[in-house]
Ligand binder design. Sequence first.
Ligand code: FES
Length: 141
Amino acid sequence: MISKLNTIFAKHQHEPGSLLPILHDVQHALGYVPEDAVPLIANHLNQSRAEVHGVISYYQHFRTTPPPKHVVRLCCAEACQANGCNALFEHAKLQNIEVEPVYCLGLCTLGPAMQIDELKLHARVTPEKFDALIKALGDES
Ligand code: FES
């Protein structure tokens, strides 16, 4: 982690206001912003840990824990809401599956729509179909 941080620090060496670009690069390189990185970033920028924590917690984009192996996104835009995406979110919560809300996956007439990782789109997702897709992920691992 330290060598990656040093590379990122060097990249933004002469950039004023480089906290956000550094946090973005750390998350891109490591998948999240580890707690151990906060004092190093704060020290590098001559800021307090609280200031760095404040920025991390302000932006929902930043993760402070490692990302899940698979990213599951459910569309919660209007058309998918009309077709039951809220019930699917509740269903996912009960299964302890981390789901990110997105706003339109381009399958509006075939909702609720779901995306697994970056490219796999699924239409007309029911709780049963959701469970089968999640089970298949586990079988792939
Ligand atoms: S509204 Fe859900 S895919 Fe467009």
